[in-house]
Design a protein around this ligand. Structure first.
Ligand code: ZN
Length: 150
């Protein structure tokens, strides 16, 4: 188990040090910002859709290792999905984080499993879910107001 934890830790650090899909997206269909005042994490998600397909997804922001790694892993996992698939993945990920078995829908999380250890640290759950809440806001049309975890 500790080997697995080490591996998970390495993936998180790797995505923190070299975030994937980092930076604004042009052209963009919708964007949304999230802020986690507990930790000071800020993330802005840029979404480009082509019909129902998520053609592009990037992010930028500043935050702790967990929030940055989660946003980076999210962009990799969600790019290329249909909107409905992205929504199912989002629900599945949030269920993992909150330990809510009811909401778990059996959608495989793949690499996102590396964040599963976070649920043992309630304070960090908001770091891990921040980008995902911003993604949800962007999928719903985005902008207007920043999403806050509070
Ligand atoms: Zn954080």
């Amino acid at each position: 188990m500790s080997d697995l934890r080490d591996l998970y830790q390495q993936v998180i650090l790797d995505h923190y040090r070299a975030p994937r899909n980092f930076g604004p997206l042009e052209p963009v269909s919708a964007c949304a910002e999230g802020y986690n005042p507990l930790c000071g994490d800020k993330v802005k998600v840029y979404l480009r859709t082509d019909g129902e397909r998520i053609e592009g997804l990037t992010f930028e922001g500043v935050g702790c290792a967990i929030s940055t790694a989660s946003a980076s892993l999210m962009t990799e996992a969600v790019r290329g999905l249909e909107r409905s698939e992205a929504e199912a993945l989002l629900a599945s990920f949030l269920a993992l984080m909150t330990g809510d078995g009811e909401a778990a829908n059996g959608v495989p999380l793949g690499k996102l499993e590396v964040l599963s250890g976070v649920k043992d640290y309630p304070v960090r759950i908001k770091c891990a879910t921040l980008a995902w809440h911003a993604l949800r806001a962007a999928l719903e049309g985005g902008d207007a107001e920043a999403v806050s975890t509070e």
